[in-house]
Design a protein around this ligand. Structure first.
Ligand code: SF4
Length: 450
């Protein structure tokens, strides 16, 4: 049962020293209880208390960390069934499969696509996260050589090592060094050897069942062997079974606190369908419904990009809009004669507006006012984008020293504010810009200071 903030506070040293990065022990305790920070951040807590609080405040789906540095990847840590209840914590990892049976060109192609298929959207870098390396031939030397090739070829890829043989996994894990891989996987037959390997290497291990009951039995065995960092593969290889297992697993862990299913899952759309579009559809279902990792047979832009966007949408915090920092942004190298525009700090608005200005090639100053992530009209209606606030921001932004003219272009939707804003901003002319960002390039090309 999770501890409350007050229960956690009673176990803290109450120095209020702020060394944990939070000013008071009470605030720290509340954040630990909410799962927003870890008890280990306080340097004064004893190991015994750390263990006690850590266990009690741990999320029902355990957080699993792979790799390190640029290749670091985190999955799990989930606390709810539905995104709107709180938020989903760690985005589903997208992995591509390479095997020891593939020819060199196929492996190279996948590594190259892993590195090249990257997209920036609302300031976030979208890309695949992991490469799953499969020992399909049962050949340790070939498996280790392929692992080295992936490590060298894709420096920021999380690594999944897949083999039925503990010895082969051990040899391949041995060349991974700091890039702690996920070991796949422990079955009913080899669970003891795999558990020993996971303990020796400190790597997370997958419990790989033939169905959900079998997976639970293996998971219980691994927990009894003292392992904490596990992932689960229920063995489902149809869309229906994969979805059912995923939902039953998450429900059991969250609602019933059933420990053997309290781990993130690894799923294999690549083994559910050989048709790339059907595989993508299965992956999209599993991203929406709780997969910790989806393993794809290949990466192609037309399939990867929609999956990345779906993931971005599902794993943003519904209680916190995506924002950009309040500031004056220089676009296309503006001068003292360049136009000055203002809009809100909802990141989608910023990236659309700045993209259109950039595309127009007209040097411009874009002022971004903090509206707590609300869009233009919502912010205005909520009293966060009023004339007085814009005027105060204009003054503190320093824009007056950057331009000779005194003309501010406001979003077309705020036309009714013109008179009020001219009163607040003495000496400035307010020009009403277009309602739609797509009309900005034509507007800016025609613009001359009033
Ligand atoms: Fe309290 Fe520990 Fe944080 Fe200091 S570091 S404020 S003692 S929780």
């Amino acid at each position: 049962m999770a501890l409350t903030g007050i229960q956690i506070l009673k176990m803290l040293p109450k120095k209020n020293c702020g060394e944990c990065g939070i000013p008071t022990c009470l605030a720290f305790a509340m954040k630990v209880a909410a799962g927003q920070t870890e008890i280990g951040e306080c340097p004064y807590v004893s190991e015994e208390v750390k263990e006690q609080i850590g266990e009690a405040s741990a999320p029902p789906i355990r957080t699993i960390k792979l790799g390190s540095g640029d290749s670091a990847y985190t999955t799990g840590g989930e606390t709810c069934l539905f995104r709107h209840e709180k938020r989903f914590e760690n985005p589903t990892g997208i992995a591509v499969l390479v095997t020891t049976e593939m020819n060199e060109a196929d492996v190279d192609g996948r590594i190259t696509r892993f590195k090249n298929l990257r997209y920036e959207r609302v300031g976030v870098l979208l890309k695949a996260d992991l490469i799953a390396i499969k020992d399909t031939k049962g050949d340790s030397a070939a498996f280790t050589a392929l692992t080295k090739k992936v490590l060298d070829g894709a420096a920021d890829a999380g690594i999944i090592l897949m083999s039925d043989k503990a010895d082969n996994l051990k040899a391949a894990a041995g060349v991974c060094g700091e890039r702690k891989p996920l070991l796949y996987g422990a079955t009913a037959e080899n669970a003891e050897a795999m558990a020993a390997l996971a303990k020796e290497t400190g790597c997370p291990l997958v419990a790989k069942g033939t169905n959900l009951d079998d997976t639970v039995a293996i998971s219980e065995k691994l927990i009894a062997a003292g392992l904490k960092d596990l992932m689960l593969d229920s063995g489902a290889r149809t869309v229906r079974a994969a979805l059912e297992d995923s939902v039953v697993g998450r429900r059991s862990a969250i609602r019933a606190k059933f420990k053997p299913l309290g781990f993130p899952t690894i799923t294999f759309p690549c083994e559910i369908s050989a048709d790339p579009l059907m595989e993508a559809m299965v992956a999209s279902v599993l991203i929406a419904k709780y997969a910790g990792i989806v393993v794809l047979s290949d990466l192609q832009g037309d399939i990867l990009f929609p999956l990345l966007l779906e993931r971005l949408n599902i794993f943003t915090d519904p209680q916190r809009p995506m924002v950009v920092q309040e500031d004056v942004y220089n676009i296309n190298g503006p001068t003292e004669d360049s136009p000055v525009l203002i809009t809100c700090n909802f990141s989608l608005t910023y990236f659309i507006v700045s993209g259109e200005i950039e595309g127009s090639k007209v040097p411009s100053w874009l002022l971004i006012k903090d509206t707590e992530g609300l869009s233009v009209l919502t912010a205005w209606a909520a009293g966060k984008f009023g004339a007085d606030m814009i005027a105060a921001f204009m003054k503190k932004s320093g824009i007056e020293s950057k331009v000779k003219h005194r003309e501010l272009i406001i979003p077309g939707y705020l036309a009714s504010m013109k008179g009020e804003l001219e009163e607040e901003l003495a000496g400035w002319t307010i020009t009403i810009g277009p309602r739609e960002a797509g009309h900005l390039p034509a507007f800016l090309k025609e613009w001359k200071p009033a």
